[in-house]
Design a protein around this ligand. Structure first.
Ligand code: KIV
Ligand code: ZN
Length: 515
């Protein structure tokens, strides 16, 4: 990676690494690839595709992103040790622009309590890690974890040493979101002033949101010389999350007098990236979320609506089109043909091969028969379900539920199980506290997989009486969470589809297809 031009802020997206560490977020291989492709379309400069040593699955997805996603630098995370760095390189080396990101904590708290080492040992580990990484590729990032709570002189000495060892980007994380904007800006200014060789590297920041200040701290860092920002779509990430890419980019775009810098992000792809990430992770965006919440451009009060009609600038500091909120509410229905459907897919930004488009068209026809109007949101959900890449080991064949006042909720479920060439029909019945609970218990009996339902949400995908219900479930199996999504005009069916989606993920991702 070329050293960043002084006036360009580069965006390092860590949705697939820190974002995927969000409680409840776990993406399949295909889903990660889809997100990476969308990030490339949005023109992020660097994609942190994962943490290759953390699991075989993560290694494989980083590797395939490195092989298939063109444009951005593809980066992998590694701790400051030989095995991590070598594994990271083996995953990212397929990219035309690979980057190794290595990190170690520099605060006394982390050094003494977590790592149980001395400052000198950590200093040596940091330098050796960067030297080893440099033997594999040129583009090396070093992160001083918990930098904002580190002794400033020690931090500066580590930063200077890793630059001498070959680091081209030095990242200063506010790992626990503890800083305030003035404080964090001052930290970056001090590093810029005290580290003798700082001109040889790009200063990066990585701000967590524990006090809700991730974006504010990142902006303060830019004002003080940082030229790489680490962030995630919708601000997802560990605990309270990371700084949100869409908020930082739009702040820079909206206030050019404060930020005389350029950037490469295509802001018109922001809305689509946000929807994709929230749909795939199951982490919904709060309605009043800046830039991408459903209310971000809604004007409710009469006074505001009046102002908007007279001049949009009265109540809008940016236009919804700038972030890619679709302008037209084109509606398809059962009379819409293949051509109109394919065109809509294209307009919504999907680049899919013909087989997938034909499969989607069949699903669209079934939906359009049940539902008069098919909106963009319905189409998005169809696409996301079809491309998740989860093999349908179990599929629903028959459902009968009874519930009502004075009736014990009961469900009879028949599933088709397909493993390789073998097909089985399995059936069970169960009672429950409600029809969905009864159905889930019957499914548990059939699969024999003991899962714990952690979360269940139901929402209407698009407006109108015939709106589809979309159910997201989070289930826990063997300590890991799996997200399932289902939709239908019938909410019990949507609930069952979501549960089966999660169970299929468990079978494929955890049990290797063995159940
Ligand atoms: O929050 C943090 O410090 C990190 C580092 C690994 C960059 O995620
Ligand atoms: Zn982090």
């Amino acid at each position: 990676m070329k050293k960043s031009n002084k006036d360009t802020v580069v965006f390092f997206d860590t949705t697939l690494r820190d974002g995927e560490q969000s409680p409840g977020a776990s993406l399949t291989f295909q889903e990660k690839l889809l997100v990476a492709q969308q990030l490339a379309t949005m023109n992020v400069d660097i994609i942190e595709a994962g943490f290759p040593i953390s699991s075989q699955g993560d290694f494989e997805s980083v590797k395939s992103i490195a092989q298939q996603v063109k444009g951005p630098v593809i980066c992998g995370l590694s701790r400051a040790n030989t095995k991590d760095i070598t594994t990271c390189w083996n995953a990212i080396k397929y990219s035309k622009k690979p980057r190794i990101h290595t990190f170690i904590a520099t605060s006394d708290l982390h050094i003494e309590k977590k790592l149980q080492k001395t400052r000198q040992q950590v200093f040596d580990m940091a330098v050796n890690a960067v030297k080893l990484a440099k033997s594999f590729c040129d583009d090396i990032e070093f992160s001083a974890e918990d930098a904002s709570r580190s002794d400033i002189d020690y931090l500066c000495s580590v930063v200077e040493a890793v630059i001498n060892a070959g680091a081209t980007t030095v990242n200063i994380p506010d790992t626990v979101g503890y800083s305030l904007p003035t404080e964090f800006g001052k930290l970056i200014a001090t590093i810029k002033q005290k580290v003798k060789n700082i001109e040889k590297a790009v200063i990066s920041v990585h701000c967590h949101n524990d006090l809700g200040l991730g974006v504010a701290n990142s902006l303060a860092a830019i004002e003080n010389g940082a030229r790489q920002i680490e962030c995630t779509v919708n601000g997802i990430g560990e605990r309270a999350g990371n700084a949100a890419i869409e908020e930082i980019v739009m702040a820079i775009k909206t206030k050019p007098m404060f930020f005389p810098v350029s950037y490469n992000i295509n802001t018109k792809e922001i809305y689509k990236s946000s929807k994709l990430v929230s749909n795939l992770t199951g982490i919904t965006v709060q309605p009043n979320k800046a830039i991408v919440g459903v209310n971000a451009f809604a004007h409710e009060s009469g006074i505001h609506q009046d102002g908007m009609l007279k001049d949009k600038r009265t109540y809008e500091i940016m236009s919804p089109q700038d972030v890619g909120v679709p302008e037209s509410l084109l509606v398809l229905g059962k009379h819409s043909g293949r051509h109109a459907f394919f065109k809509r897919l294209k307009d919504l930004g999907y680049k899919l091969d013909n087989t997938v488009m034909e499969e989607l068209f069949s699903k669209f026809k079934i939906l359009a028969d049940k539902k008069k109007c098919v909106y963009d949101d319905d189409i998005d959900s169809l696409v996301e379900q079809s491309v998740s890449g989860v093999k349908e080991v179990y599929s629903v064949d028959y459902v009968n539920v009874t519930s009502g006042v004075g009736v014990i909720p009961t469900a009879t479920i028949r599933l088709i199980k397909k493993v390789k060439n073998k097909t089985e029909i399995l059936q069970e019945a169960s009672c429950g506290t409600g029809p969905v609970d009864a159905a889930y218990k019957a499914i548990d009996k059939i699969t024999g997989i003991k899962v714990e339902l952690k979360d269940y949400t139901l929402r209407a995908i698009s407006g109108g009486e015939d709106a589809q219900g979309e159910v997201n479930v989070k289930v826990n199996y063997d300590g890991a969470n799996y997200i399932g999504k289902g939709m239908s005009t019938d909410i019990v069916e949507a609930s069952i589809n979501a549960y089966i989606h999660a169970v299929n993920k468990i079978v494929v991702m955890s049990l290797g297809g063995k159940k």
